[in-house]
Design a protein around this ligand. Structure first.
Ligand code: FAD
Length: 417
């Protein structure tokens, strides 16, 4: 795909023929920076607005799988990402006495790196894209869109701080609680689909288990996962909840309390890990939920990433969906030479089968793999490995295939269906 600056710019927007087309991107995380990257390459004059005071770099390791690797190559960031790549070699399922009941070997020692995926720390990934963009794209931090009004020629945007501005297109890349979605498409409750579980992630700067390994401990309806890499450990708590728990998603102390109460008195290393959660500065909490929308676009506005089609962390595909979505949009805009109506139609149509498949996989993962609801189901998961849910259509699900192959290798039995 040829994406040089001048050549591909169609300078007509509606009836206007002036200057470069302009785009406003709300959110400077994976979807936002990826979208800004492609729009900038297509020749748009891009502004990114972010509510935090810098790109939100906290968070655990993320996975880029299958098609996303190809996209990273097209973006010219693959080699850089690869140099920061992490490896999980072994997943162990622990019981209350810290005995390993089963394990899944993902990488043999000294095995060659393959090109079917990269695991990388979230902040490293964001840093790599941000570095590429910071001189070409306008970044506005500590600010947020407050209203949108579409006219025939553009879309007028009001902000919390500063004067109104107009843009040709607006992209909502502002995550699961997207303000663009709320303002332009309707309230979150209309599109949010609760997966009956919550999770928290705390990252500590020490190894609580052996590097490059992951450990899981479950009791019915609750799960604790440790993931160790680069001298750090992610501590992940997940629990089942039939009903949604009311909480303020900006109040981390309240969220921390929910986790402390949910897991108080549990076995294994729980009390030690809760102490880490209590003392740690990094804490990310959310419900497992998905965003399902009949259309991700309306007029001059499009949603990308979690804002439009969050599959939940249970998919292990949040970053991949964001990068795939941003690239699909860019391809559609390029194909239709900037005619956003046609481009947005393509985007909605072409990306949808992939999103639906990943969302279906994630839903099953929560129930069957991460938070089994009975002792019997836990034992089965521990001894037989993960159950894998996928069809063969999408390479991006190759990560799960790899785990399946690993399960086969260990036990000689398949666990897919
Ligand atoms: C701080 C943080 C830590 C995370 N850690 C993990 C993790 O450890 N594991 C995991 O699976 N997923 C994590 N996620 C979610 C994960 O990044 C996403 O599921 C996925 O990568 C999709 O990315 P996204 O860009 O669509 O959404 P997000 O990564 O959620 O990014 C949304 C961005 O929009 C910004 N934003 C929100 N509201 C506004 C507003 N009103 N105006 C402007 N900007 C706004 C946010 O600050 C954020 O930068 C984390 C997200 C955040 C924000």
């Amino acid at each position: 795909m040829e994406l040089t600056n001048e050549k591909n710019i169609d300078r007509t927007v509606g009836r206007r023929t002036v200057g470069r087309r302009t785009a406003l991107v709300s959110g400077a995380s994976i979807a936002g920076l990826s979208t800004a990257f492609w729009l900038n390459r297509l020749g748009y004059k891009v502004t990114v607005i972010e509510i935090a005071n810098e790109p939100r770099t906290a968070g655990a390791a993320i996975d880029l799988r299958g098609d996303t690797v190809e996209i990273a190559k097209r973006m010219g960031i693959y080699e850089q990402l690869k140099s920061e790549r992490l490896h999980v070699d072994l997943i162990e399922f622990k019981n209350a006495d810290d005995v390993t009941e089963g394990s899944v070997l993902l990488n043999e020692e000294n095995s060659e790196d393959t090109d079917d995926g990269i695991e990388i720390e979230r902040d490293k990934f964001l840093g790599i894209i941000f570095e590429r963009l910071k001189n070409d794209v306008e970044f506005i931090f500590n600010n947020s869109i407050t209203s949108l009004k579409e006219t025939e020629d553009n879309i007028q945007v009001k902000f919390k701080i500063g004067p109104q501005r107009s843009f040709d297109l607006v992209f909502g890349c502002d995550g699961i609680h997207s303000v663009v979605r709320k303002i332009w498409f309707g309230h979150e409750a209309e599109y949010s689909y609760f997966l009956e579980a919550y999770f928290s992630i705390t990252i500590v700067n020490k190894l609580l288990i052996k590097q490059k390994t992951m450990q899981m401990f479950n009791v019915p309806d609750k799960a604790i996962t440790l993931n160790a890499y680069n001298g750090k450990t992610d501590i992940i708590f997940c629990f089942y909840s039939e009903k949604e728990i009311p909480y303020d998603y900006r109040d981390t102390e309240q969220q921390r309390k929910i986790i402390l109460e949910q897991f108080a008195g549990q076995n294994w290393r729980t009390s030690e890990l809760l102490k880490e959660v209590q003392d740690s500065k990094t804490f990310y909490f959310d419900k497992f939920c998905q965003i399902k929308m009949p259309s991700w676009t309306k007029g001059r506005v499009a949603l990308v990433g979690d804002a439009g089609y969050c599959a939940s962390p249970a998919a292990g595909m949040g970053a991949s969906l964001s990068m795939n979505g941003a690239a699909a949009l860019a391809d559609a805009l390029e194909k239709h030479n900037g005619n956003f109506n046609l481009a947005f139609q393509d985007y909605n149509k072409n990306l949808r089968p992939f999103i639906e498949e990943v969302q279906a996989t994630a839903e099953l993962n929560v129930r069957e793999n991460f938070i089994p609801r009975t002792e019997e189901a836990i034992r089965k998961r521990n001894t037989e490995g993960f159950r894998i849910f996928f069809s063969d259509r999408h390479e991006s699900l190759s990560y799960w295939r790899k785990i399946l192959r690993a399960s086969h290798r260990k036990d000689g039995v398949g666990s897919d269906r």
